[in-house]
Design a protein around this ligand. Sequence first.
Ligand SMILES: [Zn+2]
Length: 81
Amino acid sequence: MLTDENHSGSGFLLGRRLLMPVNPELLEILVCPACKTSPVVPVNEGAGLKCQACGRVYPVKDDIPVMLIDEATIEGQPSRS
Ligand SMILES: [Zn+2]
């Protein structure tokens, strides 16, 4: 496991680097583990991957998609305002 998160001191603004889009080739093979066949699409500027079918959003940590149902959050639920 490589990590460069601790490289920059608090005096720099480099700690928060731009989020890179997930590799398109990787996206093609990623499917929602809950739906099995549904492709996922990047959301939140690449910070998450959303299943179009069930609305689960899987987190992307260090550019690594975490395709675990337990890690997913569900978006798109109707707001009750
Ligand atoms: Zn799904």
